[in-house]
Design a protein around this ligand. Structure first.
Ligand SMILES: Nc1nc2c(ncn2[C@@H]2O[C@H](COP(=O)(O)OP(=O)(O)OP(=O)(O)O)[C@@H](O)[C@H]2O)c(=O)[nH]1
Ligand SMILES: [Mg+2]
Length: 455
């Protein structure tokens, strides 16, 4: 089996313990591994190059989230970029248009899954969208190709254009569209013979079919196992025939699916559907997330990074616990904590992530916690001198007025923060004496249950 990308990156970054922004060196080390992982997943070389450049631009200088390793951070950036390159989280639906009969033309290499997918789409349109669908086989080359479609048509309970012996593909296509018009079909699905992209005669023929039927959709059907040739296949079909969408088949197999990325990059067409089995209902809207996870060899990458974000770095937590035990929690520590909180995003989301605090989340939400609170509190602490932050006892009325003015807040705000700090500090000393475990030992610093958040 392949080594997973997360495994590879983990190896590189294990020793790297620093935080802050990702340096160019960090990113370069990661990109080498990403390049190999993508090639192993059969993404075509030119596509890999562009992709890696895209990641570099995004990653250098990126802040590493607290409690995530730099390696995990890079993985997350790669994953997000991959989903974007694959077309985003929202699947693009088939375009059926407004003026029936709409032609859908199936094209692709031999054995890629065109005929099966034609039947799957027919079933989907009939059942989900209540469309009147006609299937037509333009495959006059492979023996029994027409019977194959006939059997599938029976299974999905969709009529098929009766074959006429000796009729050529372009004529069949015209006849299918005529029947569609006369008999009030919404959609006519034209299944073509498999062809090699280097077979110029057959490519010209399918281009002619396209010209006489003006399909709303020309779907390039490709096996998820397609290797480095995916780029050429996609380019040729797109140039010679014109493609509007891609269908990835055999996503249920072992292939890593790098072809999806290559073909999408070359054609710029959305991947609309994916085949996930041999049965006629094994067709799903394309899920970029699922395929991205496979390409990277880690279906759970998002979970991985998100889970990592749930755990505040153990080292830091331990350091904090030690400080608490000694009663050394200063306003500077408070500011550090506030900064981390702000970096990690909204309070709401954050609270849910801190172990042990989920239960009191609602309670805190009811206390009108707002996101502007943290920057305001940080500003107050910033407006203090170093000496004041270390020893808040010196903060008399005139100093508090100065701090309020300096931070754009009121004296009441300053008083509230200091009172809050005092309460927290006392509480922590007590908890520290109890062993420094519990909420603070593990989860960093948040006001304990029953106490309103600092405001
Ligand atoms: N597991 C799996 N098998 C599939 C999928 N799609 C198609 N197949 C199988 O792949 C084989 C070939 O599929 P066809 O639909 O005949 O492929 P085709 O592109 O029409 O082939 P030609 O007409 O010969 O070019 C069949 O055995 C299908 O059952 C899929 O999504 N998953
Ligand atoms: Mg076929």
């Amino acid at each position: 089996m392949f080594e997973t990308l997360s495994g590879r990156l983990g190896g590189i970054f294990d020793k790297l313990r620093k935080r802050g922004a990702l340096s160019e060196d960090d990113v370069n080390a990661a990109l080498r591994e990403i390049r190999i992982a993508l090639l192993e997943a059969d993404v075509a070389l030119p596509v890999v190059k562009d992709f890696v450049e895209g990641v570099r631009v995004r990653a250098v200088g990126q802040e590493v989230l607290r409690s995530v390793t730099p390696g995990q951070m890079v993985v997350k950036i790669v994953h997000d970029h991959l989903i974007e390159t694959l077309g985003g989280l929202e699947p693009v639906a088939l375009d059926i248009g407004q003026s029936p009969p709409t032609a859908i033309l199936m094209v692709g290499l031999q054995g890629s899954g065109k005929t099966t997918t034609a039947a799957k789409i027919a079933l989907r349109l009939r059942k989900r969208e209540n469309r009147k669908v006609l299937l037509a086989s333009l495959d006059v080359y492979r023996p029994a190709a027409q019977q194959q479609l006939q059997v599938l048509a029976g299974q999905v309970e969709v009529p098929m254009l009766p074959p006429i012996l000796g009729e050529r593909p372009v004529a069949i296509a015209k006849r299918a569209m005529a029947k569609g018009r006369v008999e009030g079909f919404d959609v006519v699905i034209l299944d073509t013979a498999g062809r090699l992209h280097i077979d110029q005669e057959l490519m010209a023929e399918v281009a002619e079919v396209r010209a006489v039927t003006s399909p709303r959709e020309t779907l390039l059907v490709a096996d998820a196992m397609t290797g480095q040739d995916a780029v050429n296949i996609a380019r040729e079909f797109n140039q010679k025939v014109g493609v509007t969408g891609l269908v990835l088949t055999r996503v249920d197999g072992d292939a890593r699916g790098g072809a999806a990325l290559s073909m999408r990059a070359v054609t710029g067409c959305p991947i609309k559907l994916m085949g996930v089995g041999e049965k006629t209902d094994d067709l799903e809207a394309f899920q970029a997330e699922r395929v991205a996870g496979r390409i990277l060899g880690m279906g759970d990458v998002v979970g991985l990074v998100e889970k990592a974000a749930e755990h505040v770095e153990r080292e830091d937590a331990e350091k904090m616990a030690a400080k608490l035990r000694k009663g050394e929690f200063s306003l500077e520590d408070l500011r550090d904590q506030l900064r981390q909180l702000r970096k990690m995003g909204s309070m709401e989301g954050l609270l849910g992530m801190i172990p042990g605090i989920g239960k009191i989340k609602n309670q805190i939400a009811q206390a009108n916690l707002d996101d502007k609170l943290i920057p305001r509190q940080e500003a107050i602490i910033n407006a203090m001198t170093k000496a004041e932050r270390r020893n808040p006892k010196v903060l008399n009325a005139s100093r508090r007025r100065r701090i309020a003015a300096g931070s754009g807040t009121t004296v009441q705000d300053v008083n509230r923060l200091l009172k809050q700090y005092q309460q927290m500090s006392d509480m922590m000393k007590r908890m520290g004496k109890m062993g420094g475990k519990g909420l603070f030992g593990r989860g960093g610093m948040m006001p304990p249950p029953g106490m309103p958040p600092f405001r």
